[in-house]
Design a protein around this ligand. Sequence first.
Ligand code: SAH
Length: 229
Amino acid sequence: MKLFNIITLFPDFFKSPLKTSLLGRAIDSQIIKVNIVDLKLFSLDKFHRCDDSPYGGGSGMVLEPEPLFRAIESVRNERTKVVLTSPSGMLLNQDIVQELSGEDNIAIICGRYEGVDQRVIDRYVDYEISMGDYVISGGEYAALVILDSIARYVPGFMSNPDSLMEESFQNYLLEYPQYTRPSVIEGLEVPDVLLSGDHKKIRDWRRKKSIEKTQKVRPDLYKKYLDIK
Ligand code: SAH
């Protein structure tokens, strides 16, 4: 079973997401296990503090190395991959998700405040992962994204595993437009081809739309698509 250890100052953050929808069901049916590690319990301070001001000055607080070392050691074995959520990491993409989906034991560290002491990264971290070029106030948001995107590859997680293959970013293309009933709403029609029943035509149309959209909104991905084509 795939095990995720999430190291956080805010364990309650995960209560509802881990009970909801696909993730909730996967945990219930023991397809994956998520162990929420309360960083405060590893503090040496009697008030359970885990942060201190940065050497060299500057605003904000930094997560201390000692509680993090102890928390990581409490869950780590020789196979564990340690992930740090960080805006200075590499941008998460489907290739990294797929690579991590091959691991059985993943620890995700949720940063807070100004981030974590560099020595945590130097000693333990295998992947520093960013959600994008913007700042969020805690690694918990990112940890959920990382967890869910990897869990989707665990057999049994998706009710329909075929959708994994058809989704955006497979082959670096974004998904084609989707429609469902009714076929006309307030004068807005579903493209005829989707009602035609002609599977080859539908496949060709969807591919064309995927390519057009990718070229328009994500020229960077489109370039990768052309490279592998
Ligand atoms: N001072 C830091 C920002 C810290 S934000 C800087 O300027 O780089 C607090 C925490 O939120 C980070 O430690 C990280 O765990 C998380 N975080 C913020 N933005 C993120 C992003 N784009 N991707 C992943 N995690 C992020």
